[in-house]
Design a protein around this ligand. Structure first.
Ligand code: HEM
Length: 464
């Protein structure tokens, strides 16, 4: 691998990884509009540890080297901070979001938020997930087509609103659903996603300007969330199992409760990080299952081996082929192409490089998942690879890793498996467009281009 000598801002000589010679502004544009070809081309030319310099964002080292990823994710987390590198999402989630916190506050909030997304607490949401899936899919009629992504988003949003917010169906529930969907749609194309990346474009030029529209929707959503927080604060003892109830009763070491703004930011974080990601993963899974008939056939065979209607959710989540299909879906086109950034708090020697304080490192999940030495024929969708061998957490990391690993990973997989089982055992679907689909940017995540157009061929009639 090539290495270069470079002067850093503080004039010390540092040995940094190779960097592209393409002008920074071109790199920035390519990374926003054509990230796959940009990442692949840069990796091919400069190797699996390279420096990405951008005109508008901080420089960062992009890793797809498995050993480097292991070193990064197993290093003492006190050596890094992350929050300041994720400022791009602050307009959406607020400054008190878990994603923007660091140090003890980050650790403390993680401890608070993790348990409801695991174990018994998580499994208790099984019936809710199936009921919501039934309710959304009951709108489908034989002979009609629908787009998978918005339909899956309807399911995952309702799951989050009920599980995280503990909302009951009603006027506020419907309003939150509508405003949030509209707000996220502000960034639904690569061009509109640019708004998030360039602060200079974030100007309110009235209700019809893109940022003006976003700000007004966010205000509407904030009002609804604060109303909910207020109502719940004044409710008597009957606290539910949902995460808002848990946060409302949490006290810090001084006995202080979370403020309304802190609660709002954490709820927005769960909404933002939790529902669109899961919906995109589900839309991709439906795409692959219907793009490759043999995958669908094998899944149906596996589902026949259990009594789906009465099965305990644990039985479904342990089905090996279903698990392999979900894993391969998250491998081939990971919803998040990058981990959250890790920023050095002190200079560090890393994989033979002398990195200065302030250097940002990110794992390219996409490039790592496309390493041919780990995943032969990486462009092929082959669930079998997950049955044939186990991948290390540094080779397969759709949910990142280390101290910032996604807190909703188990929950997202649980939801994916239940929703897919439910749909496959009730409906026969067909892909409308047989051309291969590619990922396109939606804000900071990547979704199937066009949203996956499916047609309802038949209802199996099992319970519908
Ligand atoms: C298929 C669905 C999902 C994918 C692919 C995904 C992916 C990720 C990734 C890659 C990270 C960064 C981890 C790192 O830098 O090491 C992350 C962080 C995070 N995710 Fe997810 N996620 C999903 C679903 C969810 C759900 C359902 C929730 C919760 C409701 C959630 C909440 C979070 C939060 C709060 C963080 C920040 C953790 C921290 O800063 O400590 N995600 N997710």
């Amino acid at each position: 691998m090539v290495t270069i000598e470079e002067k850093t801002a503080n004039q010390t000589i540092a040995k940094l990884p190779p960097k592209s010679r393409v002008p920074r502004v071109i790199q920035t544009i390519r990374s926003i509009f054509t990230p796959v070809s940009f990442l692949k081309a840069t990796q091919q030319e400069y190797g699996d540890i390279f420096l990405f310099e951008s005109k508008h964002f901080s420089s960062q080292i992009v890793l797809s080297n498995v050993q480097a990823i292991q070193e990064l994710l197993t290093a003492d987390s006190k050596l890094f901070e992350s929050g300041s590198g994720s400022k791009i999402i602050q307009p959406l989630v607020g400054a008190n979001s878990l994603i923007l916190l660091d140090g003890d506050r980050h650790l403390q909030q993680r401890k608070l938020l993790m348990p409801p997304f695991h174990g018994e607490r998580m499994r208790a949401y099984g019936q809710l997930i199936c009921d919501i899936t039934n309710q959304v899919t009951s709108q489908w009629t034989v002979g009609q087509s629908f787009l998978a992504r918005p339909n899956m988003q309807d399911i995952s949003l309702q799951v989050i609103l009920r599980a995280v917010f503990g909302l009951k169906e009603g006027e506020r529930y419907q309003q939150i659903k509508q405003v949030l969907t509209e707000m996220l749609d502000t960034f639904n194309s690569p061009l509109s996603a640019v708004l998030l990346f360039f602060k200079s474009l974030q100007r309110d030029l009235g209700p019809w300007s893109p940022w003006g529209k976003f700000i007004r929707r966010r205000q509407q959503l904030d009002t609804l969330i604060y109303q909910e927080i207020n109502d719940r604060r004044h409710q008597s003892e009957s606290q539910g199992e949902d995460i808002l109830s848990l946060l409302l009763s949490a006290r810090d070491e001084n006995g202080a409760a979370m403020t309304d703004v802190e609660l709002r930011d954490e709820l927005m974080t769960m909404l933002f990080a939790g529902h669109e990601t899961t919906a995109i993963a589900l839309a991709w899974a439906l795409y692959w299952i219907h793009y490759l008939p043999e995958v669908r056939e094998k899944l149906l065979q596996e589902l026949k081996s259990i009594d789906v209607a009465n099965a305990d959710p644990t039985v479904i989540t342990q089905l090996p082929y279903l698990n392999a299909v979900c894993s391969e879906t998250l491998r081939i086109y990971p919803v998040a192409f990058f981990s959250l950034p890790r920023i050095l708090k002190e200079p560090m020697q890393f994989m033979g490089y002398d990195l200065p304080k302030g250097m940002m490192l990110s794992v390219s999940i996409y490039l790592t998942h496309h390493r041919p030495d780990v995943y032969p024929e990486p462009e092929q969708f082959k669930p079998e690879r997950f049955l044939e061998r186990q991948f290390s957490p540094y080779e397969f990391l759709p949910f990142g890793g280390g101290n910032r690993r996604c807190i909703g990973a188990a929950f997202a997989l649980f939801e994916m498996k239940l929703v897919l089982t439910n749909i496959l055992s009730h409906y026969s679907l067909e892909l409308m467009d047989k051309a291969p689909l590619k990922p396109v940017r939606r804000g900071i995540v990547f979704a199937p281009n066009g949203g996956v157009h499916l047609m309802v061929k038949d209802k199996y009639g099992t319970g519908k």
